[in-house]
Design a protein. Structure first.
Lengths: 329, 208
């Protein structure tokens, strides 16, 4: 294992401290490192709190700031944070209008946020994101995972919160945005959790994991490496089959790198995705391209589509000022 | 056996998690995300670090405090599940004789296992720790001799190997989850075996 770290134990501490140092104008790190919060809160609004295992940066700490989250709770690498973190974050950022948790659908995250909600003193609501079409949705399983589409939910709900929407409206908006967002990813290489020191899974040089999750956990199947056009066609094929947008629909295309893939390759996937979406008669009217919901140094990407409409497109365009996303102010 | 006697059991269970951390992590790697041992060890160490304040507590309060410590330190799915088990066990034993008799313990354990099912929205046959906890409860309630419980839980954990996971991260593997021992079932079995050994060596806390 070669990583720029001072050992596995110092990794998280140094990373979080450095994030707060690098973005000191935007972020404050709790003294016990339980959460990152906005330096300048917007008074009177519903507080948006997310969190999850670390290793996905910039998700979630990089999305704390004006127009997006109020606080993010970092867990150990790929491990859900604990309820004391959510409770401490809520105490720090709840301005009296209630707290909305945005939680990715993993059993650990869901249970820890649920325990935090049970222990909370003020009003709390939750949105569970589950945009990953690689996993069969069924009442007999944990259901679909929350992956890159979580970013879209956090952005749009964050914009509405900034505009003064109440807790229940924000919860419903979050469910709506989640409901019109789908994602699927492919891994070209594994990743190494520092505390473990060896790759999470093994892929041969010519193998890829189709439908991978954001912890290097498997998806639909392992297959031979293929050209970008073929990968984009397969990923978007599953996304479109599930999202079922009408021809002529406007969509947001999020091409998300997993941490180990160069931006030029991601832009190549944008081209490939356009060829697929043009053929499907869809109009890509908004883009986001980059490594935003990562899996340490894993190579590969996910493709997300959000079906846009007159209500949510302005929420995407609304001003945002965070460490990782910034436009309009 | 209140006070330090109960604490010795907690110490033994925590020690077994720490001793088997690498094994649990190895089990978690092919079907989870390879951190079960690391996370349980962190929780066990956090409980042991509270020896000064916990060691003299009555059993019910000790279980409650230990459960809350696991909830607040383990994270992942294991923190809420094992935390809920101990929190509910503590709640069910509140106001009962300390040490509890076997029927009381069996009833309390049944209540705690039901709470774990509710927390994880899960049940037996899904390749989780419940595949050990549920048969253990049935054996406790069914007055099976204590000496049979160790082999019973180890076999129950082994029996998760051919199962298809339908809960937790292993469920994302689908068919590929078959053929792997569930790490949560294994950690449950290890703790139970250690507790039984500690009970065998020390004064009996439950009437066999």
């Amino acid at each position: 294992m070669k990583k720029l770290i001072n050992g596995p134990d110092a990794f998280l501490r140094d990373g979080l401290d450095g994030m707060a140092l690098a973005h000191a104008d935007l972020l404050v790190l709790d003294e016990q490192r339980r959460f990152l919060r906005r330096r300048q809160p917007t008074p009177g609004k519903v507080a948006l709190i997310s969190g999850g295992g670390t290793g996905h940066e910039p998700l979630h700490g990089g999305f704390v700031g004006y127009g997006m989250l109020d606080a993010a709770c970092p867990g150990q690498v790929f491990t859900s944070p604990t309820p004391d973190q959510m409770l401490a974050a809520a105490e720090a950022v709840d301005g009296g209008a209630g707290v909305l948790y945005i939680v990715k659908n993993y059993s650990g995250d869901v249970m820890n946020f649920a325990m935090a909600a049970e222990l909370a003193t003020g009003p709390v609501a939750s949105v569970i994101t589950n945009d990953d079409v690689a996993v069969e949705d069924s009442t007999w399983t944990q259901g679909r995972r929350g992956v890159a589409g979580t970013l879209v939910v956090e952005k749009m709900v964050g914009a509405a919160a900034e505009q003064g929407s109440d807790l229940d409206s924000l919860r419903r908006l979050g469910e709506r945005v989640n409901g019109c967002t789908r994602t699927m990813g492919v891994a070209l290489s594994s990743c190494t959790v520092p505390a473990i020191g060896s790759p999470t899974f093994a892929l041969a040089d010519d193998e890829i994991e189709m439908g991978v999750g954001i912890h290097g956990e498997p998806g639909r199947r392992r297959q031979a490496m293929a050209a970008a056009d073929s990968l984009a066609a397969e990923l978007l094929g599953h996304v479109l089959e599930d999202l079922k947008p009408q021809r002529g629909s406007e969509v947001l295309l999020l091409v998300n790198g997993f941490g180990g893939t160069p931006l030029l390759e991601l832009y190549g996937m944008v081209s490939a995705a356009h060829r697929v979406l043009d053929a499907a008669g869809l109009r890509v009217v908004r883009h986001l391209t980059g490594s935003y919901v990562t899996s340490l140094e894993m190579a590969g990407c996910s493709l997300s589509l959000t079906r846009l409409d007159a209500m949510i497109t302005p929420l995407w365009d609304a001003p945002v000022q965070t460490a990782a996303l910034r436009w309009g102010r | 056996m209140s006070g330090t006697g109960s604490w010795a059991l907690i110490e033994a269970a925590a020690g077994s998690l720490i001793a088997h951390a690498d094994e649990l992590t190895e089990l978690d790697r092919p079907i989870g995300d390879g951190d079960h041992g690391i996370n349980m060890k962190r929780g066990a160490e956090a409980v042991l670090a509270k020896a000064d304040s916990l060691a003299a507590l009555p059993l019910a309060e000790l279980l409650h405090q230990s459960g809350m410590t696991l909830v607040m330190t383990v994270g992942g799915a294991s923190g809420p599940l094992y935390g809920t088990l101990l929190l509910e066990l503590g709640k069910a034993l509140q106001g009962q004789a300390d040490p509890p008799d076997r029927a009381t313990l069996a009833a309390a354990f049944g209540q705690a296992v039901a709470a774990v099912k509710a927390r994880g929205r899960s049940d037996i046959g899904q390749k989780t720790l419940l595949d050990v906890l549920v048969p253990l409860h049935q054996a406790l309630a069914g007055h099976q001799p204590l000496a049979t419980l160790g082999p019973l839980v180890l076999a129950a954990a082994e029996a998760t190997t051919p199962m298809l996971a339908t809960r937790g991260r292993a469920s994302f593997l689908g068919e590929r989850s078959i053929g792997h021992l569930d790490p949560g079932a294994r950690s449950s079995a290890l703790m139970v075996v250690t507790l039984l050994e500690a009970l065998h060596q020390g004064p009996a806390t439950v009437t066999p």
